[in-house]
Design a protein around this ligand. Structure first.
Ligand code: BG6
Length: 482
């Protein structure tokens, strides 16, 4: 199968930091289908060779194990081409069309790695140039819109040019191997499914904690905030994976239908429940990994007096028979104590204990990063004898990086290969994405009316104390406090 992969925004950060390195990994692992060409397009005037030299320099900034040797880069570079495209010029799209027409690849993937405000204009121009035939796919990067209205507008334009099954909306969390394993755990094994419900589960916690700050992205971040940047997409997608009903097949739409049902079952927020159930915070100066770091207001390009949230913790429920009454806590933040993304399923305590002491209920920890694994926490007897032996916590620890050392594929690598192969399972459908916006909208509105609820937290902590209080109110604690 021959393919042409075109990166709009070919000189942008996303292309050289994430996409090209991911493609290179696919190339190195021999996973890139043969007969492919990679075309970067951008405004600058440069030749294929100049672009390759520029890209090679950029690769020096990539993590060492992922960096190509000179020989590897030379072979990879043979697949890479560059064309100047001014996105507002119809004749430039015609030129692109002729370039693609030179050999009529079986599949064409157009990856929009540009600022999202350009998506409508690019899609319209692609449509006008006839670059929307069935073998052509378009990949859209987040943020897809700023709120429900803008997301709907992007989707309207995309749909006026492409069919839904030509549109690949990326949420890179869905490409993480741990998320594949969550599907495997739930739907490839019969063990957990009978327990995966309100009768056995006390609460579920999804934590996406980062120890990094906003870096040099202060201006973008300040317009976005943690709710839009991480909760509306990544955290909600993980929640759908945890809470969805078993799909009847592994087809993309069978999976996405079930995910959509979860999003539609989420308890809607009201102005009162936003105040009660959503905590927002902004980091102050502090210490991360033993190093002093500035507070958010002092980060580069952050406007003075910013009220932007860098932390969100919230409580929600999935209103259906399986999950009624089970709290789902979502939490994300920058400059927290550790880089740690995990889903914790806390089971109910044993109904009657014959052992002395306070016995921790079982929990299942699905670790997304830095490690990729599963921990099942149980109680065991040490075997020290005596009539009143207390139980001790132990856990079964599965490390997927160790279990499958050579076969692991990174999130972008996986998603790029899926887009080339036309597999939509790990991409977000427009109705899912809009429903996620619909659900966060009352929070955005309530915050827009009341700027007072923003709480400070020290860099290097686990966020404002109010986040612990949110969980404590239901008689629970966050996983790291257990
Ligand atoms: C991106 C956000 O979508 O995800 C970033 O815009 C965030 O702010 C990043 O840092 C986190 O991704 P990962 O894969 O490093 O957890």
């Amino acid at each position: 199968m021959s393919f042409d992969l075109v990166f709009f925004g070919g000189t942008g950060d996303l292309t050289w930091r994430k996409l090209m390195p991911a493609l290179f990994q696919a190339f190195r692992h021999g996973k890139l289908p043969p007969g492919g060409r990679i075309l970067a397009v951008a405004r600058d005037d440069q030749s294929d060779e100049q672009y390759r030299v520029w890209l090679k320099e950029r690769f020096q900034e990539v993590d060492t194990p992922k960096r190509p040797s000179d020989e590897e880069f030379a072979r990879f570079a043979e697949l890479i081409f560059y064309r100047r495209v001014d996105l507002s010029q119809p004749e430039h799209y015609q030129r692109l069309k002729s370039w693609l027409g030179e050999r009529n690849a079986d599949t064409v993937v157009l990856y929009l790695a540009t600022s999202p405000h350009l998506f409508p204009v690019i899609c319209e121009q692609l449509g006008a140039a006839g670059l929307n035939e069935p073998h052509i796919r378009v990949v859209l990067e987040k943020p897809l819109g700023h709120d429900l209205k803008s997301a709907q507008e992007i989707n309207r334009v995309v749909r006026s040019v492409f069919d839904e099954n030509q549109a690949f909306r990326i949420d890179h969390y869905l490409g993480k191997p741990s998320v594949q394993n969550l599907m495997a755990l739930r739907f490839g094994n019969a063990l957990f499914e009978p327990l995966w419900r309100r009768e056995s589960i006390a609460n579920i916690q999804i934590t996406l904690a980062e120890s990094i700050g906003v870096g040099t992205r202060g201006d973008f971040y300040d317009r976005t905030g943690a709710l839009r940047d991480m909760i509306q997409n990544h955290a909600l997608q993980l929640l759908t994976m945890i809470a969805m009903e078993p799909p009847s097949t592994s087809d993309a739409d069978a999976i996405r239908d079930e995910k959509l049902k979860v999003l539609r079952s989420l308890k809607p927020f009201t102005p009162e429940t936003v105040v009660r159930d959503v905590v927002r915070g902004q980091y102050r100066a502090g210490n991360v990994d033993g190093k002093a770091v500035p507070g958010y207001p002092d980060e580069v390009k952050v406007p003075p007096g910013s009220r932007c949230e860098t932390f969100v913790a919230l409580r929600t429920e999935v209103q259906n028979w399986r999950w009624a009454g089970v709290p789902f806590y979502l939490r994300t933040g920058k400059r927290l104590a550790a880089r740690d993304a995990e889903i914790v399923v806390n089971f109910r305590p044993a109904p009657h204990s014959i052992f002395p002491g306070e016995n921790q209920p079982n929990k299942l920890v699905i670790k997304l990063q830095p490690e990729d694994g599963l921990e099942l926490h149980l109680l065991a007897a040490k075997g020290t004898g005596g009539q009143h032996e207390t139980l001790s916590p132990v856990f079964l620890d599965l490390d997927f990086d160790k279990a499958f050392p050579t076969e692991r594929v990174g999130a972008y690598e996986r998603l790029l290969l899926d887009a080339i192969a036309g597999r939509l399972n790990l991409f977000v459908r427009s109705d899912e994405q809009e429903q996620a916006w619909r659900w966060v909208e009352p929070i955005l509105e309530a915050w827009g009316r009341d700027g007072n609820g923003l709480r400070g937290y020290n860099a290097g902590s686990w966020g404002p104390p109010a986040a612990s209080a949110l969980v404590a109110r239901d008689g629970f604690t966050w996983s790291e406090e257990q």
